[in-house]
Design a protein around this ligand. Structure first.
Ligand SMILES: Cc1cc2nc3c(=O)[nH]c(=O)nc-3n(C[C@H](O)[C@H](O)[C@H](O)COP(=O)(O)OP(=O)(O)OC[C@H]3O[C@@H](n4cnc5c(N)ncnc54)[C@H](O)[C@@H]3O)c2cc1C
Length: 373
């Protein structure tokens, strides 16, 4: 089929790569490929690291996608020649004081109560065991846990690799779906170019086009996140995810002594710009947990909007408009969820989708609204 993907963030690119590999004729449109939330993402592949009650569907999708990542990363590197820095060292959860440890213990207990966490190992650890595992942690850290199954990648490199795989199938222009008589016929670019297609996949992050309908467009909202990228001689071996002085922070190691310190979570209107307060809180908490970061050189500070949804589940699959599909609303997990998302979208386009993806159907938000009124 002739498929157009609007948006070249990690989600749109993953869909495009999957469809291209499956033999479809794919083109991707984006005025700034890879420059959205993907550019800020830390790249943690940690399905169990952020679990809340009532979000078991996302946890299951995350676990499925996490299982796909090792082979996915290898193949991306093979096909593109771009190293994506896939690491399997696991995540250390670290609490600075007793209150911080208590919050970590609650999420570890929650994991134990969920029925679908088969395969997720969580090891509660005391102060000494934690420091033995991750010697860069402060001696003041009180306790925490270890998630040995977690991975990470460098999302900027992932986007580069995907763009290399797609080559001249990526067109550097914004585009909108063209809907005629209730059917999507293709897309129109910002310079007026018309491109016909059998299917259009909208993966434009926080900004959905009007043609997806008011309910869905309003359902995706921007949630700002700030990160600091730094280089240090003393990086942690594992991803360190912790709480210090009541603040949540993570430090994700990358190649060459680079670390990503993140991330704030803030509902806001307007452009996503880094703030003095946000960056200070991140650096303060990171330095309490990992004092060796003190002399680290700051490489850049980035703020981007995550595409949030009312139920924190992504929107995957057909809309009310024939030929128009969504791959959006991945909130805090778009990198993790990219391989599984791409498979779900391909199944919808190939006509092999089953009911298991219904929890993520964009139509649920239309139905809920109708039921609510
Ligand atoms: C600080 C921060 C840290 C994060 N850390 C992690 C993490 O550790 N792990 C994880 O899994 N996730 C993480 N995330 C979440 C993840 O980044 C997002 O879920 C993911 O990037 C969403 O991907 P996307 O492709 O939908 O959106 P984006 O990456 O925002 O891409 C959307 C693209 O659409 C383009 N676009 C917009 N309008 C148009 C148009 N009209 N035509 C064509 N193109 C258009 C934009 O230019 C952009 O390139 C983090 C996010 C932030 C902000």
């Amino acid at each position: 089929m002739k498929v157009l993907v609007l948006g070249a963030g990690v989600v749109g690119l993953a869909c495009a790569v999957e469809l291209h590999r499956a033999g479809h004729d794919v083109h991707v449109f984006d005025p700034r490929p890879g420059a959205g939330a993907t550019h800020a993402a830390a790249g943690m592949l940690s399905p169990a690291g952020e679990v809340w009650h009532g979000e078991e569907d996302v946890l299951c999708l995350g676990l499925e996608s996490a299982r796909l990542w090792p082979e996915y990363a290898d193949r991306l590197t093979r096909d593109s020649g771009v190293e994506v820095d896939h690491r399997r060292a696991g995540t250390v959860l670290a609490g600075y004081d007793r209150d911080d440890v208590a919050v970590i213990q609650r999420s570890v207990e929650l994991l134990g109560t969920l029925p679908d966490v088969a395969g997720v190992t969580v090891e509660p650890l005391g102060r000494r065991e934690l420091r033995r595992l991750e010697p860069t942690l402060s001696s003041r850290v009180c306790g925490g846990a270890f998630l040995p199954g977690d991975h990470s990648v460098n999302p900027r490199q992932v986007a580069r690799a995907m763009l290399a795989v797609l080559g001249d199938r990526v067109i550097v222009e914004a585009a909108e779906p063209e809907v005629v008589d209730g059917r999507c016929r293709g897309a129109v670019t910002e310079t007026g170019g018309r491109h016909g297609a059998d299917v259009v996949v909208v993966a434009t992050g926080t900004r959905l086009p009007e043609s997806v309908g008011t309910d869905l467009r309003r359902a995706v909202r921007p949630v700002r996140g700030e990160i600091v990228r730094a280089r240090t001689n003393d990086p942690p071996e594992h991803t360190v995810r912790g709480r210090a002085a009541g603040e949540e922070v993570y430090v994700v190691p990358r190649a060459g002594g680079e670390v990503v310190i993140g991330a704030t979570v803030e509902e806001h209107a307007g452009d996503p710009l880094p703030t003095v307060g946000g960056v200070w809180r991140l650096l303060h908490a990171a330095r309490l947990l990992l004092p060796g970061l003190d002399p680290a050189a700051i490489l850049d500070i980035t703020a981007r909007d995550r595409p949030g949804t009312p139920d924190n589940r992504p929107l995957l699959g057909p809309t009310e408009t024939s030929g128009l599909l969504l791959a959006a609303g991945h909130y805090r997990g778009g990198v993790l969820l990219a391989p599984a998302t791409a498979r779900i979208l391909r199944a919808h386009i190939d006509g092999t989708a089953n009911d298991s993806g219904d929890a993520f159907s964009p139509r649920r938000l239309l139905k809920e609204r109708t039921a609510g009124t």
